[in-house]
Design a protein around this ligand. Structure first.
Ligand code: NAD
Ligand code: AKB
Length: 314
């Protein structure tokens, strides 16, 4: 069914792909961001922390569904914890309030593997386990999950959420996360045959290719409400790898490529996160299944980034 969809924080790594993806499904898509965007979709520049401006946007668009992607990611959040709280928690609360006031049918809000911390199991981290994050980003995501759950229980808002792992894509650059190395490495491998990684060589993290993340988001939003047993946020997983394993996989295609390591504060963040995720509840409730594995993701990334680099040189 064709819907009016509003995407907040639409200019980032996910939003810049989600907008055309949802439009191709036949929906009418409106986009918004705090930054001025160069986009073919109807656009309004709005800060989600400005409640009156946000309300005016909902009044104007009257969306059926909202995808709220505006946030500060883990590394950026650690540099400015106050702003991270404001955007990630106060911004979300503003969006939840507008969804109630404007009778939005469904809200999507992404959480992250960052909700887990050093006391959560590292391997096959379960859906329901200890959530004691040691980053401000992770703390805002735990609060966000509980706010979404509360608005569902208290006001009946149909809010749905995924704990995305690190997302790998070639269309837009990532926006200041700990998993960004897994995108940067491809550009450097192609342009310079050399990359210095900010994580330790053996730092395994859960990851996913963007086409699977878009499909997962769509499938969750299409699922009948009564099938959803999780109203905080669903664990989802595709594959895990270390920087060293990624460098070796790239070397299969580009043998001259070399990777060095200079771990910084982001390695400490990564160290507190899980290495792999148990997503059996998402698989059971709404038949989640990824299509890309580690090897097919690497091959596809290299093909597309080579094309991008070549076309920027001509
Ligand atoms: P991004 O940083 O690439 O994009 C975020 C967008 O939000 C940017 O365009 C930014 O300008 C906008 N924004 C920031 N502050 C704003 C404000 N006050 N008002 C309006 N817009 C604002 O992030 P992304 O990778 O697209 O992530 C989107 C969501 O998905 C976030 O909630 C993030 O935590 C979550 N997530 C992303 C990943 C990933 O690997 N990309 C993984 C887990 C969760
Ligand atoms: C980040 O590294 O901050 C994000 C995430 C996993 O939430 N990619």
């Amino acid at each position: 069914m064709k819907e009016r969809i509003l995407i907040l924080g639409a200019g980032g790594q996910i939003g810049s792909e989600l907008a055309p993806f949802l439009a191709e499904k036949g929906n009418e898509v409106f986009v918004s961001d705090i930054r001025l965007l160069n986009t073919s979709f109807p656009f309004e520049q709005v800060d989600v922390c400005d409640f009156n401006a946000l309300k005016a946007l909902f009044e104007k668009v009257r969306p059926d569904s909202v995808y709220h992607l505006a946030a500060l990611l883990s590394a950026t959040a650690e540099k400015d914890p106050q702003k991270a709280w404001q955007v990630n928690v106060e911004g979300l609360r503003n969006v939840l309030e507008c969804c109630i006031q404007y009778q939005v049918k469904r809200l999507f809000w992404p959480s992250s593997i960052a909700v887990f911390g050093p006391n959560s199991p590292k391997e096959n981290t379960p859906q329901h386990t200890v959530l004691e994050p040691t980053t401000i980003y992770g703390i805002t995501k735990v609060v966000g999950e509980h706010l979404c759950h509360y608005y569902h229980l208290r006001f009946g808002l149909d809010v749905r959420s995924l704990r995305y792992p690190g997302l790998i894509s070639y269309k837009a650059l990532p926006g200041g996360g700990t998993t960004d190395y897994a995108v940067e490495i491809f550009y450097k491998a192609i342009a310079k045959q050399r990359y210095t990684c900010f994580l330790a060589p053996n730092r395994a993290l859960p990851m996913m290719y963007m086409p699977d993340a878009l499909e997962a988001t769509y499938q969750l939003m299409q699922a009948p409400s009564e099938r959803l047993s999780v109203r905080t946020s669903y664990n989802i997983h595709a594959f895990s790898f270390t920087p060293e394993q990624l460098a070796k996989e790239i070397q299969k295609h580009l043998p001259a490529f070399q990777c060095d390591y200079a771990p910084d504060f982001r390695d400490k963040i990564a160290q507190s996160w899980p290495q792999s995720i148990d997503d059996s509840i998402a698989r059971r409730d709404w038949q989640w299944q990824p299509h890309y594995n580690f090897a097919t993701m690497v091959k596809d990334m290299l093909t597309h980034i080579k094309e991008k680099v070549l076309s920027s040189q001509t």
